[in-house]
Design a protein around this ligand. Structure first.
Ligand code: ARG
Length: 462
């Protein structure tokens, strides 16, 4: 359906090719920006009237017309047309249809180039707010679980081999810290999102006596962008968001991986509630951790969007190029994917039941307190490197005889070093090992509880 009344058709003699019309149109996806487009247009019209560029009556008519269009869109009663290319021209054309001549004045002193950049920033600002709220909900769930599991023993791993005993709460706090950096990154990204491009017009600014500071204030932007060329061509803010989103997804993917491993029969550290799992169509015994698996899988598409956006920008000369129309789908999908993953994680964390006995039993295997024995010998005056060797030999005996260090009687330990006394068994216990790591950032339950208090304060502060 080709329309000869294109808003830009003045210089054209032939109608647009039907396929090209569909090929260049973006309305199918950018209609999502409609509420922000209207918000930006209302602020622009108010500024035009305030500066005497249009009359107050024209402004009132524009604002009323746009508000009605916003309602029609919300009710699903607005007809979008690809002949009108994008969200901006669909709305402008509908405005003129609704209010007549005044509608034709809305675009005074503005271009779709500064308009679209403004719309995307308004949209992203809102998305970042929603994403940070969901992130906080997940972080709060982690803190609540960490509090309940501050004393729960589990093996800590390096190389996925048993390393030292830790508390499950301490492990959950590590996740909290990863996410806390993500929350900071998003807040930092927001500083650069929240800058107003409008007023840059097509690329060079406009000859009308506009007031960009007023528009920035009305729309809640920090300030107008300094340079008009940069204002219409900059998509750094979108790339930064995709980068922050990618790092966050990488974190969720690592957390997912652990949940998947822990919920396997071989580990059995946790039980995921049925509502976050699915069964197998062939194997009746299966309960699969689909939710963490999907989150791990979805990290790939978000990383892909980051690459897509970087590649989109790398060859573009200043200022606006139509390439930029391709920024929306990856951006929208990044925000939707991220928000969905955060929501499902925030809901899932409280639905994880730790199997405390299994975790404790696993910590008893694998000589997790070997370092504690070495530290014990150091306290008796042995150099650490010599202590390391003594303990290595004791571990070799344990491996050969199928016993953990705590199960080897004193008479068999003492030949390795006369410094080993009967009190050694307190340091060889899991609880003793845990409690000994009693400093900021350590796994001692006392420290975990204090870390949780500090974490709650950080969440409250911003
Ligand atoms: N739909 C376009 C986009 O998303 C709007 C800006 C078009 N500007 C232009 N000069 N053709 O980027």
């Amino acid at each position: 359906m080709s329309d000869n009344n294109k808003l830009w058709a003045g210089r054209f003699q032939e109608p647009i090719d039907a396929f090209v019309e569909a090929f260049t149109a973006s309305v199918e996806f950018d209609k999502r920006l409609a509420p922000f487009d209207i918000q930006g247009s209302i602020a622009h019209a108010q500024m035009l009237a305030r500066q005497g560029i249009i009359s107050a009556a024209e402004k009132d008519s524009i604002v009323a017309g746009l508000s009605q269009i916003a309602e029609r869109i919300q009710r699903g009663e607005f007809t979008w047309s690809i002949a009108r290319e994008d969200v901006h021209m669909n709305i402008e054309a509908a405005l003129t249809e609704a209010i007549g001549e005044a509608g034709k004045k809305l675009h005074t002193g503005r271009s779709r180039n500064d308009q679209v950049a403004t719309d995307v920033r308004l949209w992203l600002r809102e998305e970042i707010g929603l994403i940070r709220a969901e992130l906080m909900r997940l972080q709060t769930a982690l803190l609540d679980s960490a509090e309940a599991e501050a004393d729960t023993l589990m093996p800590g791993f390096t190389h996925l081999q048993t390393a030292q005993p830790i508390s499950f709460g301490h492990h959950l706090l590590a996740w909290f810290e990863m996410l806390e950096r993500d929350r900071e990154r998003l807040a930092d990204c927001l500083k650069r999102v929240n800058i107003l491009p409008l007023g840059a017009a097509a690329l060079a600014g406009t000859s009308y006596p506009i007031d960009r500071v007023y528009v920035a204030e009305r729309l809640g932007f920090e300030r107008p962008a300094e340079n008009s060329l940069d204002a219409v061509s900059d998509r750094d803010f979108a790339i930064e968001f995709a980068a922050a989103a990618s790092i966050l997804m990488m974190h969720l993917s690592r957390m997912s991986e652990e949940l998947i491993i822990w919920s396997s029969a071989q580990f059995g550290f946790i039980e995921l509630s049925d509502s976050f799992c699915t069964g197998s169509s062939i194997m009746p015994q299966k309960k699969n951790p689909d939710v963490p698996e999907l989150v791990r899988g979805k990290s790939g598409r978000v990383f892909g969007h980051l690459m897509g956006l970087l590649t989109l920008m790398k060859g573009q000369p200043l200022a606006y190029n139509k390439d930029n129309q391709e920024d929306k789908e990856p951006l929208f999908d990044t925000a939707d994917t991220l928000r969905g993953c955060l929501k499902v994680f925030a809901d899932m964390i409280p639905a994880i039941s730790p199997r405390r006995e299994t975790m404790r039993a696993a910590a008893l295997k694998g000589f997790a307190t070997a370092t504690d024995l070495a530290d014990y010998l150091v306290r008796q005056g042995l150099a650490f490197r010599d202590a390391h060797e003594v303990v290595g030999k004791a571990v070799a005996l344990g491996v050969a005889s199928g016993r953990d260090l705590a199960e080897i009687p004193l008479a068999e330990l003492q030949p390795f070093s006369p410094l080993i006394g009967a009190d050694v068994y307190t340091v060889l216990s899991l609880e003793g090992s845990l409690a000994a790591r009693d400093h900021i950032g350590g796994t001692a339950p006392r420290q975990v509880r204090e870390a949780i208090q500090r974490a709650r304060q950080r969440l409250e502060l911003n």
